[in-house]
Design a binder for this molecule. Structure first.
Ligand SMILES: Cc1cc2nc3c(=O)[nH]c(=O)nc-3n(C[C@H](O)[C@H](O)[C@H](O)COP(=O)(O)O)c2cc1C
Length: 190
């Protein structure tokens, strides 16, 4: 069981990083092989809509996204972590998601499995936002659900915390890190 964590925040050691770390620790405690990649350390250009992927099912843009495609293909569980920025996932996360258009093309145009023959993938979404407003997570959830649907990743759940703004404030949220640890365990047991 291989678990891929994808950190979408630009803030190292911030709130979503802490939650993601606990999810991965929980998964590892149940014997999973875990790997986390931090998008902010990578060079991932936005999708150029060149339509090159419609022919080959592969993206023509040669940057760090090529490594992310390989990691997605090798994973059984995928954990996406992004804070809310202007009511959406971060630009780092959105660039990675948009580059999955190549996998959309594989599936819907070329009628191939988007991530190869491995089946039964599941995904978890982690997010926090500084404010306490209604529907804070809805735009991000719509994006993540669209991605998971495209990649044939079953939605295994989410960890969403509002009113969490300063770096490390998630540690004051009752039980949040423990919930994340348990969610990591559950993710690999299901
Ligand atoms: C550019 C930017 C935009 C933000 N937009 C929102 C927002 O729309 N709603 C909100 O609740 N918080 C917003 N925030 C606050 C972050 O979601 C919050 O600080 C969060 O705890 C950061 O998580 P991190 O430590 O994982 O990066 C924004 C922060 C930044 C830097």
């Amino acid at each position: 069981m291989r678990v891929l964590g994808i950190a979408g925040s630009p803030r190292r050691g911030g709130n979503t990083d802490l939650l993601l770390g606990e999810v991965m620790r929980g998964a590892a405690s149940r014997g999973a092989e875990v790997k986390t990649i931090t998008l902010n350390n990578l060079k991932i250009a936005p999708c150029q809509h060149c339509d090159g992927c419609l022919e080959a099912g592969r993206c023509r843009v040669m940057d760090d996204m090529q490594m992310v495609y390989r990691e997605l293909e090798a994973a059984d569980r995928i954990v996406l972590a992004s804070p809310i920025q202007f009511m959406a996932v971060t630009a780092q996360m959105k660039a990675m998601i948009d580059r999955c258009q190549a996998l959309w093309a594989r599936k819907y145009v070329l009628k191939m499995p988007p991530l190869g023959n491995r089946r039964g993938r599941k995904g978890l979404f982690i997010s926090v936002g500084g404010r306490k407003v209604a529907n804070l997570f809805e735009p991000a959830l719509a994006t993540i659900r669209a991605l998971f649907n495209t990649l044939d990743i079953a939605y295994a759940g989410d960890l969403l915390f509002h009113g969490v703004d300063e770096k490390g404030a998630i540690t004051k949220y009752p039980d949040a890190l423990h919930q994340a640890f348990l969610a990591g365990q559950k993710l690999v047991e299901e």
